[in-house]
Write a protein that binds this ligand. Structure first.
Ligand code: F0G
Length: 458
């Protein structure tokens, strides 16, 4: 008999969870103004809001925490992390930051000016926020296949080379400080970018004299998909694939809260020393001295150890198969999903789940609220609320995809939790025809509104 799949770890410490009743949840979500970010974590049974900073550290990471060096300058922890980043990414220079968006802030302060164009594959919201805040424009060049959720395509995070070349051709290179490749592409459904595409983007960018920067939060998951889906990579290790991916870029911003499996942390890694020096000034201003930049020594140690663990095949195999397990349960029940399953999350297609809700009533948010009411499962809307208003016209932007993301924290929940989540969603799926009205916004911030938005039932 073929041996079944089993996790590549065992559990040494547990955290109790409390179930709640539907009537409790009805009161709590109303108090939260129908924004799931406003719920207290004790009001949630299975928390799939994000896979960011919510993973379980290993015993080895915790032991690294004990030997952190908290010196202001030149800490051994800094050198340990520098060495890990250099070994895994190949980039010689690095700046620690307290999380991914801080890395964006520092690097973009160095590189982005007003009216610049930043092409890429479906920029993440903080990335887009940092671009638009500088009065520059994020140009989405993702392949069209990504917005057809039923289409099976192995690399739905890919950049459309024609769209990219159009931006390069029609604008002076001074206006385009970089192209950003997000691996995996969170916004398009945790979908990977192929090595072939990374290479082609890099060659095109070089031809036009433009930098390639990776938004690398889930780079190891991207490498796992390359190994399993792209010809020629089956026999390569994750580390070899990662090194090749980054060899096509000039640098990266990293949220260590994802594939480095820590609760807080980020960094910038760069090839060019003069760019590193320029960025260092902003790092000192916004984050801290260049050898700690917003992180304590113990946290840098945990990131270093987490980078090694996060790029082990078995760690990735356990994780991505758990995500796929949840996906298969939902798929068998006919729930409409972004296919194929993502690396860090399953994305439910809310437009196809609730086809009769007008777009002004926010189908994905409506569905996320229903899932919470059903089973105390917290998810997040990746749709019109997250898409914000157009910075110029101030009109609501309605993206092609209205998704509910079920993001799975690393090494945190068991497959029984996944079965529970699936049952909650399937119950809502079975009563979907009874959901005929959605929500309206009563209060919103001018940018990145989804975190603090307040809503009311229509
Ligand atoms: N880039 C990507 C692709 C991300 O997914 C995130 C965060 C960031 C950058 C910013 O990093 O949170 O450390 O400041 N994504 C989280 C999520 C918040 O839930 O997907 P950060």
């Amino acid at each position: 008999m073929e041996l079944p799949f089993a996790e590549s770890y065992r559990i040494k410490m547990v955290e109790p969870l409390r179930k709640s009743s539907r009537s409790e949840r009805e009161a709590w979500i109303k108090d939260a103004k129908y924004n799931l970010f406003n719920l207290k974590s004790e009001q949630v049974f299975v928390d799939l809001l994000t896979d960011s900073g919510t993973g379980a550290m290993s015993d080895r990471q915790w032991s690294e925490m004990m030997i952190g060096d908290e010196s202001y300058a030149g800490a051994t922890s800094y050198y340990k992390l520098k060495n890990a980043i250099n070994t895994i990414t190949g980039f010689p220079h690095f700046l620690p930051t307290h999380q991914g968006r801080a890395a964006e802030n520092v690097l973009f302060s160095t590189l982005i000016k007003k009216d610049n164009l930043i092409p890429g594959n479906a920029h993440f919201d903080t990335t887009k926020g940092h671009i638009e805040w500088r009065k520059a424009i994020a140009v989405d060049c993702t392949i069209d296949e990504a917005s057809n959720t039923t289409l099976e395509h192995p690399f739905k995070g890919n950049i459309d080379l024609q769209k990219l070349e159009k931006v390069f051709k029609e604008n002076p290179k001074e206006r385009i400080p970089m192209v950003i490749i997000t691996v995996t592409c969170n916004t398009s459904g945790g979908q990977p970018v192929s090595m072939e595409n990374i290479k082609a983007v890099s060659e095109m960018a070089r031809k036009y004299g433009i930098k390639v920067i990776f938004d690398a939060a889930r780079f190891a998951e991207n490498a796992y998909f390359i190994k399993n889906r792209e010809a020629g990579y089956q026999d390569k290790s994750i580390r070899e694939i990662v090194l090749e991916m980054f060899s096509y870029g000039d640098g990266m911003t990293m949220s260590s809260k994802k594939d480095a499996i820590v609760n807080m942390g980020g960094f910038i890694a760069l090839r060019d020393e003069s760019l590193f020096r320029e960025a260092s000034t902003f790092n000192i201003m916004f984050e801290g001295f260049i050898t700690y930049g917003g992180m304590s020594g113990r946290d840098m140690n945990a990131v270093a150890q987490g980078l090694y663990e996060g790029t082990e095949y078995d760690t990735l195999d356990t994780r991505i198969k758990q995500v796929a397990y949840l996906g298969s349960l939902l798929r068998e029940a006919g729930v409409p999903l972004q296919m194929p399953f993502g690396g860090h999350a399953i994305f439910v297609d809310a437009k196809r789940f609730l086809p009769n809700l007008p777009k002004e009533q926010f189908a994905a948010q409506t569905l996320a609220i229903e899932l919470y009411l059903e089973g105390g499962v917290r998810t997040v809307e990746i749709g019109a609320i997250l898409a914000d208003r157009d910075p110029v016209t101030r009109e609501n932007r309605y993206p092609k995809l209205e998704l509910v993301r079920l993001a799975i924290p690393r090494r945190t929940y068991t497959n029984n939790h996944m079965a529970y989540v699936a049952a909650s969603i399937i119950n809502v799926w079975e009563r979907r025809n009874s959901i005929t009205t959605g929500y309206t916004i009563t209060r919103e911030a001018p940018i990145m509104r989804h975190f603090t938005v307040e809503l009311d039932k229509i």
